[in-house]
Design a protein around this ligand. Structure first.
Ligand code: ZN
Ligand code: ZN
Length: 291
């Protein structure tokens, strides 16, 4: 039991020290400044070549979403996720130990060339995330948490990280076992993480981009806006375009849907007028039974 408590304490102090050193030491391996840098570049593109020309620079909920960006990327980890996940990993390993299993590695890809490791992890993680995202729409209690992401009414890059922290818990938990089976977590790789961050920012940006023929591989603003459409197509009652970084899964499994330009469609979900507009109420919404 003590080792769990020790892990919790170490997680909090370790993460706090990490966060402080990120803020105080700009550098090429630094997530904090990459998040700011990528955000500023995508925002600048939105201002220079906007898709919806009449959308204001500080669109509706700009600052709330900017707050979510830092909350979900850094603070949530500081507050609970880091401690919880460290405890969960140790508890899980202790549990496996009861059966004499010391690790889950089924395929050791650590000896492959780095580029193939990155590629493999990226594809596997993205496919798992596509499935998790579908579940967020199909399972009623998960949808209560996911509504927050869909409550954005005007799209801009910062809407990317507008989501309930419970989503982080769900995504990471589901990904943990498959990724542990190939030896490590996707977060080990700054490059993959930053690539996904950039694609995700662009997906939500006010840019009329679809990358030409690459749209069948990469998710893009013209495709993802339909994921946020308030009106759902008859053939897709739970939603469409679930892809995170890759669009390929939606094309393979018939959930891709781009009937026309989505530039000016209404975003949201049924009865979104009743969805709260402050951070505190948005956090408690899924359990407050108002949905
Ligand atoms: Zn969604
Ligand atoms: Zn989205």
């Amino acid at each position: 039991m003590e080792h769990y408590i020790e892990v919790i304490v170490n997680s909090y102090t370790g993460y706090f020290n990490y966060l402080m050193s990120e803020v105080l030491n700009p550098g090429w391996g630094n997530y904090f400044y990459w998040l700011i840098g990528i955000s500023l570049v995508v925002w600048a593109l939105e201002l220079i070549i906007p898709w919806r020309k009449n959308q204001s620079a500080f669109r509706k909920d700009f600052w709330l979403d900017a707050f979510y960006m830092f909350f979900n990327f850094f603070l949530f980890s500081l507050i609970v996720y880091n401690a919880l996940s460290n405890v969960a990993v140790i508890a899980f390993n202790d549990f496996l130990g009861l059966f004499g299993i010391s690790n889950l590695v089924a395929i050791e890809i650590g000896s492959w060339p780095v580029i193939w490791q990155l590629f493999t992890l990226f594809i596997i993680a993205d496919f798992i995330q596509w499935n998790v995202h579908r579940m967020l729409h199909r399972v009623p209690w998960l949808w209560q948490f996911h509504k927050l992401h869909h409550s954005v009414k005007e799209m801009g890059f910062a809407a990317h990280l507008r989501f309930h922290w419970m989503e982080t818990v769900v995504y990471k938990t589901v990904q943990y076992i498959p990724l542990a089976m190939i030896g490590f977590g996707i977060d080990d790789f700054l490059l993959v993480h930053l690539f996904a961050l950039t694609i995700g920012h662009l997906n939500h940006s006010n840019l009329g981009w679809s990358y030409g023929p690459l749209k069948y591989i990469f998710n893009n603003p013209k495709m993802h806006i339909w994921h946020h459409s308030k009106a759902l197509s008859e053939n897709h009652p739970y939603g469409m375009n679930y892809g995170l970084s890759l669009s390929i899964w939606d094309y393979l499994f018939n959930t891709a849907y781009i009937p026309e330009s989505g530039r000016d469609i209404e975003l949201g979900f049924e009865n979104d007028e009743a969805f709260p507009d402050t951070f505190g109420e948005q956090m408690t919404y899924p359990v407050s039974k108002r949905g």
